[in-house]
Design a protein around this ligand. Structure first.
Ligand SMILES: Cc1ncc(COP(=O)(O)O)c(C=O)c1O
Length: 443
């Protein structure tokens, strides 16, 4: 793979930005460097070195509609024509509101923000303001953005004792005072959650979950666990927060809340919502959301909240997702790609499997048993980082863009877009055949 220009830009970038990147996540940890992209179209990325990739990173989940989607582009152009209004709502905001709540009926009212991080920050403030309580329970391995209220126990794995573990910040710079307000239970362990609720009885504001935890691969919460959390929250007056920043829009019906048939009190959306334009949403039951000021007592606002570029793009995305047959292609592409990949793993004698839901997936190198995906700690023991890194580097060499966010023993989530064609799946599988043939030497 040609990387000369990427290397030059990276060296230049290091003069101005720590590690030479605008965000830590731009570095692809498997190959230790960022790739500099010139432009993108449909399912493809084109690098500054004129290399073409079929994109399976998908902008960390933001590019579910692919690149330069004609309908999103037309919406953005219409918005630019209107003066890309800032700090006002418009007819488009109301059109978006109607469309979004139709697509995700568990959200009755919402506020708009710009990133997933902002939306979970607002969700927790709303929960605390609504309940008048302070403690938040999160789950081991789940990720909800990079802020002091939730950034714990995603990169750190202290011992689990009776289903609970010590709260460990995932970054330096998080004061103890914040850490004390977060308690961590094991995923899919309802008894452990109930135990923490009992221990902090009367002071738990929220239980926040990633319903399908793509931040530890593609680890589903069991339906009985999700329903059990709903019941605990109802019984104890706690807000259930479902963080749908990754899952939102990605599968039918009504994203993860619809999939589980559970209405959370508060939900967060970002990534695919804007199809590449910056927008996020915190929403939920009307009685909870009405706590937001100026009508209520919790502040949720911002200069760029409801920015029209985001609103126009999100309205285009949601309108597409509402159309009949929209999810058919996602399902057809996914089943072709994933069964093809697993056939190749078998052909080359490589241990592994693909877990997926909708347009996002994780490749679990090292073991076949899908039940283990429910259990982060068991999965980590079996996961083969060496195979994962070899796969990503081999894929990059052959024109498939896969990204690794970390070096931990957890697969990074990958994805495809509505613009990936079945012919792209064939090309991909042909390239993967060669990648996996090379990986056999690692066995
Ligand atoms: C489930 C989840 N919540 C929140 C966030 C934070 O979103 P953002 O990166 O847009 O701030 C992420 C980002 O990956 C996420 O996966």
């Amino acid at each position: 793979m040609k990387l000369e220009r990427s290397h030059e830009l990276w060296e230049e970038g290091k003069k101005y930005m720590p590690s030479g990147v605008s965000a830590g996540g731009r570095v692809n940890v498997a190959c230790g460097m960022p790739h500099y992209i010139d432009h993108a179209e449909g399912a493809r990325l084109y690098t500054v070195d004129n290399q073409e990739f079929i994109d399976y990173h998908g902008g960390s989940g933001a590019s579910m509609f692919g690149h330069k989607h004609p309908r999103i582009q037309a919406a953005l152009e219409e918005c630019i024509e209107k003066g890309f209004l800032m700090n006002y709502d418009t007819e488009k905001t109301i059109e978006f509101a109607k469309n979004f709540t139709k697509l995700v009926p568990t959200v009755e009212k919402f506020r708009l923000l710009n990133s997933g991080t902002e939306s979970t920050m607002a969700a927790i403030r709303i929960a605390r303001g609504y309940t008048g309580k302070d403690i938040v329970i999160k789950l081991d391995g789940h990720f909800h953005g990079m802020h002091e209220m939730v950034w714990y126990n995603h990169n750190n794995y202290p011992p689990i004792v009776d289903g609970v573990c010590e709260t460990v910040p995932d970054s330096a710079g998080i004061p103890r005072a914040f850490t004390d307000l977060i308690k961590v239970a094991e995923s899919n362990n309802l008894e452990a959650v109930a135990k923490l609720v009992e221990k902090y009885k009367g002071n738990v504001a929220a239980i926040i979950i990633e319903p399908i935890c793509f931040n530890m691969g593609c680890s589903m919460m069991k339906p009985e666990f999700v329903r059990g959390i709903r019941e605990i929250c109802d019984a104890e007056g706690i807000c259930m927060i479902m963080d749908e920043v990754i899952t939102g829009l990605r599968f039918r019906p009504g994203s993860a809340a619809g999939f589980y048939g559970v209405q959370p009190d508060i939900t967060t959306f970002a990534k695919a919502l804007g199809g590449g334009a910056s927008i996020s949403l915190v929403g939920g039951k009307a009685k909870v959301m009405d706590i937001c000021s100026p009508g209520g007592i919790v502040g949720v606002s911002g200069t760029y909240s409801g920015n029209q570029l985001g609103v126009y793009a999100a309205n285009a995305c949601v309108s597409m997702a509402l159309e009949d047959g929209f999810y058919d292609h996602i399902e057809a592409f996914g089943s072709k790609l994933f069964s093809g990949m697993e056939d190749l793993m078998k052909k080359h004698g490589l241990p592994g499997h693909v877990s997926s839901l909708g347009a996002r997936f994780a490749i679990y190198w090292g073991y076949e048993d899908r039940e283990t995906d429910y259990d982060l700690r068991a999965s980590q023991k079996l996961f083969r980082r060496d195979l994962a890194n070899a796969f990503i580097n081999g894929a990059l060499d052959r024109g498939l863009y896969f990204h690794s966010y970390w070096n931990a023993n957890i697969p990074s989530h990958c994805g495809f877009s509505v613009q990936h064609t079945l012919a792209d799946a064939d090309i991909t599988l042909e390239k993967m055949d060669a990648v996996m043939a090379d990986m056999k030497k690692l066995l």
